[in-house]
Design a binder for this molecule. Structure first.
Ligand code: ZN
Ligand code: ZN
Ligand code: ZN
Length: 276
């Protein structure tokens, strides 16, 4: 499985638009891996996770072709993960697609509500569809099985995170969420899951968490430890910290790599490809 991180920041990006904080100033100067756009990932160039405004830049920078994407799973309705307006560019005149092309979009009821204004005309033309999904109910698309899990995040955004298998390898993409719900751990146990790659929300990096809805490195370490103890991961599982805010401590790429590395984590960057 080819898993590619396209965007690796929280809502404001790093550097943030107006921001003069130390992390943003240094990231602007350093460029390269220090620059983080809004969250998105893609599997085998055909299964997309999330659709932020930066989708346009991600597909240009990585020479990807959106008409190869058949499925798009949205984690939740926050704008850094779902910029619904750009789906209207799939309408005739804005895009010329191959005959029979239809993008299948999946997400919670809140995602459906946000997509409704653009999805109506696309659905009537057969160019896209939206399917509401529920936690713990696997969906089959092509050779993939995708299972949504309940995230601990803003309930008004219908937050889900995803377990995705291609029949051989399984990845967990867990953003935006707090340390997982007991129901999620119980599901892992019941299903006897095993992950080949785990990407965890690391919004706060080294800043101690004082609120519910995201994680930092300390919580990522707790998740990794429990997964190894309970057998959902092993020494071959690659753990990745991802989804960063400029407010995190040691969040700049070069600063965070050695800190996360000591705890057994890779640090994502925009465009990073994992051969899982
Ligand atoms: Zn986010
Ligand atoms: Zn900043
Ligand atoms: Zn969010």
């Amino acid at each position: 499985m080819k898993f590619q991180f396209l965007g690796t920041a929280a809502a404001e990006g790093i550097p943030a638009l107006w921001c003069r904080c130390d992390a943003c100033r240094r990231s602007r100067e350093m460029g390269g891996r220090a620059i983080r756009t809004r969250s998105q990932a893609i599997i085998n160039d055909e299964l997309l996770i999330d659709f932020p405004a930066d989708t346009y830049k991600h597909f240009l920078d990585n020479r990807l072709d959106l008409t190869n994407v058949n499925w798009c799973f949205i984690t939740h309705s926050h704008s850094d993960h779902l910029y619904a307006t750009d789906f209207s560019c799939l309408n005739p005149g804005f895009s010329h697609v191959q005959d029979g092309y239809c993008l299948a979009v999946y997400g919670s009821d809140k995602v459906g509500e946000k997509l409704a204004p653009v999805m109506g005309s696309l659905t009537s033309k057969g160019l896209a569809s939206f399917t509401e999904i529920k936690p713990f109910v696997p969906v089959s698309v092509g050779r993939y099985t995708v299972t949504a899990l309940p995230a601990i995040h803003d309930v008004n955004a219908g937050p889900l995170f995803y377990m995705i298998s291609d029949g051989e390898k399984t990845v967990l993409y867990a953003h935006d969420t707090h340390y997982f719900h007991d129901d999620v751990w119980a599901y892992f146990k019941e299903q006897g899951v095993h992950f080949d790659m785990v990407s965890l929300d690391c919004t706060n990096a080294c800043l101690p968490l004082t609120y519910v809805g995201h994680m930092g490195l300390a919580e990522n370490v707790q998740v990794r430890t429990r997964m190894l103890e309970e057998g959902y991961a092993d020494e071959n599982t690659r753990f990745v910290c991802n989804h960063y805010s400029h407010n995190g401590i040691s969040v700049v790429y070069d600063d965070f790599v050695p800190v996360a590395g000591k705890e057994g984590f890779l640090v994502s960057y925009d465009g990073m490809i994992m051969e899982v």
